[in-house]
Design a protein around this ligand. Sequence first.
Ligand code: MOS
Length: 694
Amino acid sequence: MTHAHSPLGTPAVRAEARDKVTGAARYAAEHTPRGCAYAVPVPATVARGRVTAVHDDEALALPGVLAVLSHENAPRLKEPDDPILAVLQSDRVPHRGWYVALVVADTPEHAAAAAEALRVEYAAEEHDVTLTTGHPGLYTPQEANSGVPAVRERGDFDTAYPAAAVRVDATYTMSAQHNHPMEPHASTALWDDGRLTVYDSSQGSTKVRDALAQVFGLEKRQITVVSEHVGGGFGSKGTPRPQVVLAAMAARHTGRPVKLALPRRQLAAVVGHRAPTVQRVRLGAGADGVITALAHEVVTQTSTVKEFVEQAAVPARVMYTSPHSRTGHRVVALDVPSPSWMRAPGEASGMYALESAMDELAVAAGIDPVELRLRNEPETEPDSGSPFSSRHLAECLREGARRFGWEGRDPRPGVRREGDLLLGTGVAAATYPVLVSPSAATAHAAPDGTYAVRVNATDIGTGARTVLAQIAADVLDAPLESVRVAIGSSDLPVAPLAGGSSGTASWGWSVHKACALLAERLRESPGGVPAEGITVTADTERELAEEPPYARHAFGAHFAEVQADTVTGEVRVRRLLGVYAAGRVLNPRTARSQFIGGMTMGIGMALTEHSTMDAAFGDFAEHDLASYHVPACADVRSIEAHWVDEDDPHLNPMGSKGIGEIGVVGTAAAIANAVHHATGARLRDLPLTPDKVL
Ligand code: MOS
């Protein structure tokens, strides 16, 4: 039910805005229990091999040092589901930066000094960190990330492609990318009478609690994980990370609370990266631009620790009609850190390649790139044949073109000059799946007319508290101020992580259900609310038991205007516009932030976020924000996000699709396509740094 005065759909200010700007909001590393000690992890300095000796005498003799843990003396853990959590359990070094020891001391300075003094000896082995399309170790996995089939074939691509009137065959590459949330990963762990409490910088503390229960052999009820405020994650905090196990281990070993805040320079090795990809896209079309054959083939890397396959060919199964298609992934396990989620894993990389190839097809066919996409709109989801629950990509493209001033664009490349600058515009489409997971929540009515909602959601900067209060207030027909929302602790009703752009849908559904049941109970209580209040619990297991018969995705269109400096090779984005169709937008203020945040990340992906894998040294070269440039304000001149109203009854009771990730999808392609329009050069290797542009 939605009321004329409902706070849902209004630009409500973040519930914790004041706490954040005044510093009252505390993050994981800002909890300092009495007697707190400090841990510093020691990364391996070889890219592959074994630890043969850990000489800790000097380190232990330094002031304030409480313990030095390594595989030789660390407490034994039960085997975790995720092998990256098996910390200090073996002498094996699977990649540079893997933790080989942990130093605990009474102050951060003492711990850092002791970590420096620790001498670790290795038997180094030859390493291989170089991804090539001819690598003998390449194999076709069963599945790519998130359980999608690694390979899909429809029709007969090999016959249809050579017969096509217009063909594009292009290979796109991109380096690894790294998650650098403003708040690096941190954990503060505290044991009390066999109970473990951890303040952890995580996107989902239920999963962290469960992982800790597993490795320490505890009952879940013996552990509380608190993630009250989180300074970004982008996927890197979506799964438990080694520091939380190390902090808990060190706290148990020393008998003191232990704080472990990762130095930013260590993140690349232990929090996952967007894996580098080599993507070959072949598009065959008629002279009218209608695609008849499509192949998207991805080569990527994983680690020797575990398999993670960036599912970059998956969006090609969703986007365009084609009777003949092949989408597939091959992967090789290298001596590199384990790749993992980074905002829109799969879609961000894959749509860079596919949407660049669409631009190349537009040029080859002599068709406007907006028009080309409109001509290839499918009736049903191409790969599955399922009907879309809603698909308004065409509306996004048209509305974007109108707002951007696309009409009358001169398609000729390299002809717009302003002094030393060449100017150009580009377009690309975006897509991201609608994901949702079961969640539980409670809703409580107090006699004073206020309400309390409890759900273990996580606010990673998105405004989760705010939108959940809006949903509750809407259902309860109550003012927003009357709803308090408790999130960010594993003691709260079990809820999934803030990831896959699914948080609001998942948590919100259970909040919606609990509040609807509470409203019913209130209507049935003519005597009013009793002193103890009324509490209702709900979960959405039953609602989510069956997969709906619809293909459900959000869509969007990105438009970019760039300038390329013919003297320095520098590309700057003058204007960036995104128009989205993402169901009902529940809070325009925080939604806009997410859209433009994703687009800003897309600018980095396109232009500056470069990671060099040093083949001889066996590591990423860029470890900090000085060398790995994440866009700053000066990189973002004009950025706008809009959306088209979308009324989709097949989503959730709020009618929303996820919005956290789609902003980054397609942005890099729009920018790269604009660079081609500006310069006439088709650069197919991200990021487009000046050395490549010149
Ligand atoms: Mo996001 S990569 O689903 O946290």
